[in-house]
Ligand binder design. Sequence first.
Ligand SMILES: Cc1cc2nc3c(=O)[nH]c(=O)nc-3n(C[C@H](O)[C@H](O)[C@H](O)COP(=O)(O)OP(=O)(O)OC[C@H]3O[C@@H](n4cnc5c(N)ncnc54)[C@H](O)[C@@H]3O)c2cc1C
Length: 301
Amino acid sequence: MALEGAAMEFIQPASWSDALAIKAATPAAVPLAGGTDLMVELNFDARRPELLLDLTRITDLTEWDRADGRLRLGAGVTYTRVIHELGGVLPGLAMAARTVGSPQIRNRGTVGGNLGTASPAGDSHPPLLAGEASIEAASVHGTRMISAADFYTGVKANALAPDELIAAIHAPLPSGPEQFSKIGTRNAMVIAVAAFSLALHPDRKEVSTGIGSAAPTPRRAMAAEAFLTGALDEDGLWGSRADLPETISAEFGRLVATAAAPIDDVRGTAAYRLHSLTVLARRTLAWAWRDYQHGDLTEGG
Ligand SMILES: Cc1cc2nc3c(=O)[nH]c(=O)nc-3n(C[C@H](O)[C@H](O)[C@H](O)COP(=O)(O)OP(=O)(O)OC[C@H]3O[C@@H](n4cnc5c(N)ncnc54)[C@H](O)[C@@H]3O)c2cc1C
């Protein structure tokens, strides 16, 4: 397709209400946050939107605050800020943020942009799923909350309506440890071959999970969650904080892999992805349980 020379308008609204009005009037307008996905596509002429809607001047998007046991993270908060400002508050997301790209990418790239792209390999998705976060979608008609589990609708597709923008991410403050782990072909600047996140919720004696890069969309491993929740309860492990029996972690790892639907691609085979998920699930469970045994709810503990 000949895209060369096609005109592209660029608008930089200064307020959120202006941005929403522009999106309502021109649903084909493509929002621009850090540009670390979008500018790559434009540079390769993979797409040439008629209107680029630059959101970087809208300060509301770059704020976060805590209220009523939840954290509201503006869509334009960068990975660098998540790491430095929220490491102890949303540890799973901060761990994932630390693995994204390079310092330059983390300085520009945002969680809202990761959700906008909705790649199955996006690193913020597993911790948002495990943390039972919701996405605040906004339009001129108002806002609605979409649970992370319902947000990803296909490969690089999400549940936003054409006139909606992502305003923020809402995450309940964790009551227990969270963990994230990712396997790639090297240590830095790498797209995940498989990723996994786990959250323990001692307050309600439940666990939740998020799988990345091993299905058409990021997804939870529901059977694995139900198994682990039941096993921890049955053995009285929330109360005793005793070591986890090997049979429990092995079965958890096996069930996590059964929730995936991976493909073979240049980064890895489906079989390798399934095997790595089993390992990632057992590993994150071991780390999170160790944190729980030591009463440490935050990362690095
Ligand atoms: C070298 C390099 C390394 C990378 N490494 C990683 C990695 O390790 N892990 C990873 O997950 N990603 C990685 N990425 C991809 C990218 O950095 C992330 O997906 C990042 O989160 C995108 O955020 P952004 O703010 O730059 O989004 P942008 O590029 O500005 O936008 C991305 C998409 O989201 C849409 N969008 C942006 N804001 C909104 C909004 N408020 N409402 C609705 N839609 C919106 C845009 O229209 C676009 O479709 C890498 C990219 C590069 C270039």
